[in-house]
Design a binder for this molecule. Structure first.
Ligand SMILES: Nc1ncnc2c1ncn2[C@@H]1O[C@H](COP(=O)(O)OP(=O)(O)OP(=O)(O)O)[C@@H](O)[C@H]1O
Ligand SMILES: [Mg+2]
Length: 226
């Protein structure tokens, strides 16, 4: 199968967790080794947020903050690429147009951010669209999409499925700042919607959640399209 996996900032701690990266690398390289094509996208995590906050305090505009964040996502992508060992392709692409030259069965391409104004969730959606992926897994620091932000509302309930329209209505209600794209930004959702990319949100705490989702297990939250 052809898959895209977005690995959220939860994997890329302030002090990188080498063991967590190694375990994730092993799980993903095993999946690729089973005859699958895989593109992974590294999120920004805490380090990107810290740098963006510092730049903003120093007077940077939002595009500059985004560019700084992109630099950090690429540093995260390099760590992930190393954790993948031999199956990780040597270069982190900086343009979407490079992707189809790099993908292949048994290989894993690692991307960071590409352009200001969009999150790495949008990069993952674009990567899924251009590679005609069968499946996109968005792995984050919570178990899926909830009725409200589970970090703020203890009564929030995990949704087993959610429509892209519902996610869009939430995304449009929020602010769009560098480093503040939470669960999904409107750009990411619009691309998922136009390409109707089968997508599931899962927790990245255990890498087997990701590989199980890729193998078709009903875990986390499935996005539906009407
Ligand atoms: N309805 C919701 N369901 C689930 N999570 C939500 C919801 N609303 C807001 N969130 C927040 O979104 C967070 C996940 O987005 P966040 O941008 O922090 O992580 P990420 O996208 O995995 O990482 P990065 O942006 O660094 O790549 C969750 O930790 C949660 O607090
Ligand atoms: Mg995010």
């Amino acid at each position: 199968m052809k898959a895209v996996v977005k690995l959220g900032g939860g994997l890329f701690k302030r002090d990188p967790d080498v063991e967590a990266l190694r375990t994730m690398g092993k799980a993903l390289s095993t999946f690729a080794g089973e005859g699958n094509q895989l593109v992974t996208v590294a999120g920004g995590g805490q380090n990107a947020r810290v740098y963006i906050d510092a730049a903003r305090k120093l007077g940077a505009d939002e595009s500059t903050c985004d560019l700084i964040g992109i630099g950090l996502t690429r540093a995260n992508a390099e760590l992930l690429r190393l954790a993948l060992g031999g199956v990780g392709v040597p270069n982190i692409p900086t343009h979407l147009s490079e992707l189809n030259h790099l993908v292949g069965v048994g290989k894993v391409v690692v991307l960071g951010g590409l352009q200001p104004g969009q999150s790495t969730n949008a990069v993952a959606a674009l990567a899924a669209e251009i590679t005609r992926a069968d499946f996109l897994v968005n792995a984050t620091d919570v178990s899926g999409v909830y009725t409200a932000d589970p970090k703020k509302d203890p009564k929030a309930k995990l949704l087993r499925s959610v429509s892209v329209e519902k996610l869009l209505s939430w995304a449009f209600a929020g602010d769009v700042y560098a480093g503040k794209y939470e669960l999904l930004d409107p750009v990411a959702l619009k691309i998922m919607q136009r390409a109707r990319i089968p997508t599931r949100f899962v927790s990245l705490e255990d890498p087997s959640n990701i590989t199980s989702a890729l193998r078709g297990r009903d875990i986390g939250t499935l996005v539906s399209y009407t």
